[in-house]
Design a binder for this molecule. Structure first.
Ligand code: MIG
Length: 799
């Protein structure tokens, strides 16, 4: 019996007193009398890694999550001891390790405040049935401490009082609270007394997190095997915690192609070719912007990956080309299950090369999925990943497919208990052979990784686009993701909102939900409200199972079509803004969506907020998640905000009613923001951008904004061919100055900005661009004028 609770079992074992200590550069070893070794690595001043061995020996240090690019090094390290503890001091932290029982206490070095404290600390159980240990850690929960993160959990932002399990699971029509679902991201952030830290438990076995559920003041986590191996990440800003976590587990290896931030349309399934074209033509006819169209499993021949149904898609290359000419990128699904069929080359090759997973006693792992009985590549074997990546040559290089969608990679298996592989299945685990107990949670990640490498190779010089359903920490380096098989209900709209925020907070920003719901069918109102939310998610795709009717933007009548168009158009206008936030995320790990707690952690009102979030740095949105709404109550974070629709000013720090009839939603812009906008396009690249619009929101005081652009595809940006504009706005009662600092070697297609100034509190007398006055005779009412994109300083004065 495997125990699912941290304390149920009374045979817990604990480290005893420390009898030995050794330091090796930045790695400290502490050994207890009963043989437990704590290996403490100072990764950075604010990041400590704790690793425990109960036998005195550690497994080979190997992790799929940690990137080789993680920054190492610290400014300060000092180790001292007194009678009862070791004291480790960095420039950010002080960590005490008790000599009596190995328990740890961590303080902020600046003001000595307590940040995190072991309760029982490390303890374990012997797992006699299986072997190895069930490894556990328990921490005291401080007064007012709250918890966030953990990936795709479909619950409220704040995790306090709840318990979760991590075991990647196919979860058709999951609901609020279903646990576990598709992803394992064993990383949470905590906040108390205005300071935030994070814990990343890098253990791929089935794991559990308990946030004051089993015991009121205790937070604990444990796993059914492997090592107690976790990273303690200090902020004190929550954004820093998340950014340090992605420093460890990686950030997207490149910015997505700009089109991937456009709108995507999907269904299970669009076929044959004529149907696909009917859909894409309709988008153009109705002038609803769209950049990507998806082919689900029916495009294949009998669900064999890397094949095409001759009946439905007789000439895929021609079709993909025609779609591309119309601005559509084709994305196809690829599942892990390879049909057992001796006439199928992928199967034959996999068999010959011995690339499929095997059961412990020798036979292949056989499981039923869409193609019928299948074998499954062992993506944890680097040679298999290399082979898999090569399989994309024809699809990408030849046929011209632009993106690949990895599904069922939990791995999902039909008609078996557990809906996946049995525990005994063997995996290479990059040369660390193990059972499925250890490999399960990373199987999907390794498939997505192999797919990504294939696409990267064969899309070159373009950027690849991959989307995956299953994921473990670190998957954000390779792909985007969606939240799986949700349902067309109002509650799911709110779940989607939570999940996208949570994924962002968990270091994986490039995420979105099946807009409108996968199972069942939304009515027009729900669909419209979901689109309104979806256009503010980094990944924006309508998808549905199709067995309850159609889900294209036009099937709900003209009113809904118009609303959908309006919001998708808004997304396309905001593309340079979104692209800038993506670059920030890829570069520094700043989450694209910021839950209010992440935006203003010092305001405790934000700690339990769920619905509102900041899109990028400057735009506050709050979806309408109930039917028949004319508006809603929402919390406006501290500061002054412009209502996007009418420019009225809202003073934050309280909950207010905001009007939002069906064709609107609450959107606010932070004062001082400069928001870049492109003209509406039907797809990215439809138009050459002739002018960049800059919406300037006057603020008395200072604020800075940035606009990042590059070619929107390719890798030249990594060689400096990007354009970064930093704008500093300084507003005074009767003047406004905007300075621009430009860097990068990319030359944007436009030559001028169209500047729209919102909320200017004075009447303009004079506008000077780099000390030269410009004609202002035509300016009245809305303050709009053109200036060269090269300007250094814009100076506006008036009374
Ligand atoms: O067992 O490929 O989540 O997006 O349309 C269902 C068919 C398999 C599940 C995915 C869904 C996809 C569907 N797939």
């Amino acid at each position: 019996m495997i125990l699912n609770t941290e304390l149920e079992y009374k045979g817990n074992l604990f480290p005893s007193k420390i009898i030995f200590y050794k330091k090796h550069v930045n790695v400290l070893y502490f050994k207890s009398e009963n043989g437990v070794v704590l290996q403490l690595t100072i990764e950075r001043d604010s990041v400590l890694r704790f690793r425990y061995s109960t036998t005195g020996m550690f497994d080979k240090d190997f992790s799929y999550a940690i990137t080789i690019y993680a920054s190492k090094g610290y400014n300060h390290l000092e180790i001292t001891e007194d009678d009862d503890k070791y004291i480790i001091t960095t420039s950010k932290l002080v960590c005490h390790i008790s000599k009596i029982d190995m328990r740890k206490t961590i303080f902020d070095v600046k003001d000595n405040t307590l940040i995190c404290e072991d309760e029982l600390g490390f303890h374990w159980e012997e797992s006699y049935e299986i072997g190895g240990d069930i490894v556990k850690m328990s921490l005291k929960s401080q007064q007012g401490e709250n918890y966030y993160g953990l990936g795709d959990k479909p619950v409220e932002n704040n995790l306090k009082g709840k318990r979760f399990q991590n075991w990647v699971t196919d979860s058709y029509a999951y609901g609020r609270g279903t646990d576990p679902i598709y992803k394992t991201i064993p990383f949470y952030t905590a906040i108390h007394h205005e300071k935030s830290y994070g814990v990343f438990f890098d253990n791929t076995f089935r794991s559990y997190f308990d946030f004051c559920n089993e015991r009121r003041n205790i937070t604990s986590f444990w796993a059914q095997g492997g090592e107690m191996n976790y990273y303690f990440i200090y902020g004190p800003e929550m954004t820093e915690v998340v950014s340090n976590y992605t420093d460890l587990t990686g950030r997207p290896q490149h910015i997505p192609p700009l089109w991937a931030l456009g709108f995507h349309q999907c269904k299970w399934s669009y076929y044959p070719e004529s149907k696909v074209k009917e859909i894409t033509s309709k988008f153009r006819e109705l002038q609803i912007p769209c950049d990507a169209i998806y082919l689900d499993i029916d495009y294949m021949e009998g669900f064999r990956c890397f094949t095409w149904s001759e009946e439905y898609f007789p000439d895929p290359k021609k079709m993909v080309k025609e779609l591309a000419d119309d601005g559509f990128k084709t994305i196809v699904i690829i599942d892990p299950g390879i049909k057992i069929d001796n006439d199928y080359s992928v199967f034959k090759e996999g068999l010959e090369k011995d690339y499929f997973c095997k059961r412990a006693d020798g036979p292949y792992m056989k499981g039923k999925v869409w193609p019928g009985e299948c074998y499954f590549p062992d993506f944890t074997n680097p040679e298999v990943r290399e082979w898999w990546s090569e399989l994309f040559k024809e699809l990408i290089e030849d046929i011209g497919v632009a993106g690949v969608w990895n599904d069922m990679n939990e791995p999902a298996v039909m008609d078996v208990p557990g809906k996946s592989f049995p525990d005994d299945v063997r995996h290479d685990y990059d040369g660390n052979p193990c059972s499925h107990r250890k490999a399960h949670n990373i199987y999907g990640m390794q498939m997505a990784r192999a797919t990504y490498h294939g696409l990267k190779k064969f899309s070159y010089p373009k950027r690849p686009f991959v989307i995956t359903r299953a994921a473990y920490s670190g998957t954000q380096r390779y792909t985007s993701t969606w939240t799986g098989d949700n349902v067309a209900t109002w509650d799911h709209l709110s779940i989607a909102n939570q999940q996208a925020q949570r994924m962002s907070m968990s270091g994986f920003s490039f995420a979105g939900s099946d807009i409108g719901g996968f199972a069942e069918q939304p009515n027009g109102e729900l669909f419209a409200r979901w689109i309104q939310l979806g256009v503010f998610h980094p990944f924006c795709r309508v998808h549905s199972s199709g067995d309850h009717g159609d889900q294209e933007p036009w099937v709900f009548g003209k009113t809904v079509t118009d609303i959908v168009r309006k919001f998708i158009e808004l997304r396309y206008q905001l593309l340079p803004y979104l692209y800038t936030t993506f670059w920030r995320y890829a570069d520094e790990g700043i989450p694209i969506l910021k839950s209010l707690v992440l935006f203003d952690q010092e305001d405790s009102n934000t700690h339990y907020r769920n619905d509102e979030f900041i899109f990028g740095e400057k735009i506050l949105v709050c979806p309408i998640i109930e039917p028949n709404s004319k508006g809603r109550r929402m919390y406006i974070p501290r500061g002054r905000w412009y209502n996007f629709w009418d420019n009225s000013i809202m003073i934050g720090g309280e909950e207010v009613w905001v009007d939002a009839d069906i064709d609107s939603m609450p959107i606010f812009v932070k004062e001082g923001a400069i928001i870049p906008k492109y003209p509406i396009q039907q797809y990215v690249g439809e138009k050459i951008i002739e002018q960049l619009e800059l919406d300037v929101y006057y603020k008395e005081g200072k604020e800075s904004s940035e606009v990042y652009e590059d070619a929107g595809d390719g890798y030249d940006y990594k060689k400096g061919r990007y354009s970064l504009r930093n704008f500093n706005q300084v507003g005074k009662p009767n003047s406004l100055t905007i300075q621009q600092f430009k860097s990068g070697k990319f030359i944007t297609s436009y030559n001028s900005f169209k500047i729209n100034i919102h909320g200017l509190p004075f009447k303009i007398d004079k506008i000077e661009v780099d000390n030269e006055a410009i004609d202002i005779s035509k300016i009245n009412g809305v303050v709009t004028f053109e200036v060269t994109k090269e300007f250094r300083e814009l100076y506006i004065t008036g009374k």
